[in-house]
Design a protein around this ligand. Sequence first.
Ligand code: PGA
Length: 274
Amino acid sequence: MKVIICKDKKEVAKEAYKVVRDRVMNQGAKVLGLPTGTTPEGLYAEMVKGCKKGEIDFSDVHTFNLDEYIGLPVEHPQSYRNFMNTRLFDHINIKASNIDFLDGLTDDIDRECARYEAHMEELGGIKLQIVGIGRDGHIGFNEPGTSLSSRTHMITLAQSTITDNANLFFDGDESQVPRWALSMGVGTVLDAKEVLMIAFGKNKADAIQGMLEGPITYMNTSSALQLHPDVTVVIDEAAASKLKYRDYYKRIAPGNEEAMLKFLAAARKKAGRK
Ligand code: PGA
């Protein structure tokens, strides 16, 4: 995994935006997987700004979101669909028909999950999947104990997630947080061509350490990303604070390959190689 350690969450948003802009504009990533939560808010603000400046164009981009609560109508202020509309979709030039979302009010959960997976496949799969991470290591809503090969499915939220989401989005009222959600599975996330993980804050440090340096285990579903060949992790110093190999990740950060090539060129010259 490529690990980019930034000073703070503002820098995380800017670095993550650079990746998104490059993949969408230069590498033909026209199918995106998107997260909700406090983590991507800064990135979405950068994407909105970039779109207004004409740096990034969403007119032929399709999106799938990672998850949605069961039981909340779209217009509910805390539904994930409403979050995405207000933070991103309403402010960029994406076509409404190119936004797919899990229907948390479906009357047939299995059919809805299968429909979602089939639609991703029809579009050739997700090219860039952006994910946040829960305190318990979840990606999407894949709580500890979720199969690492799971596909889009119904999940029961862990208590730590209910507490966190109550504090962040429901004025601390846990009784208002739905207990269940629909979520892409871990296997669905692993199928994306590339994954961009973003995180900041001290409360994510244990989960990040487990993801990067722990064993692959369904007790921290983000650790499955160790099996993915193309993952970029953009985190701040606080989220990186428990990493054993922190200094090493800094050494292999962007710019490292250029430095290596320069070194190699000089060594070849010294050795008289053409
Ligand atoms: P957060 O949630 O961005 O609100 O911290 C992250 C997640 O649960 O994936």
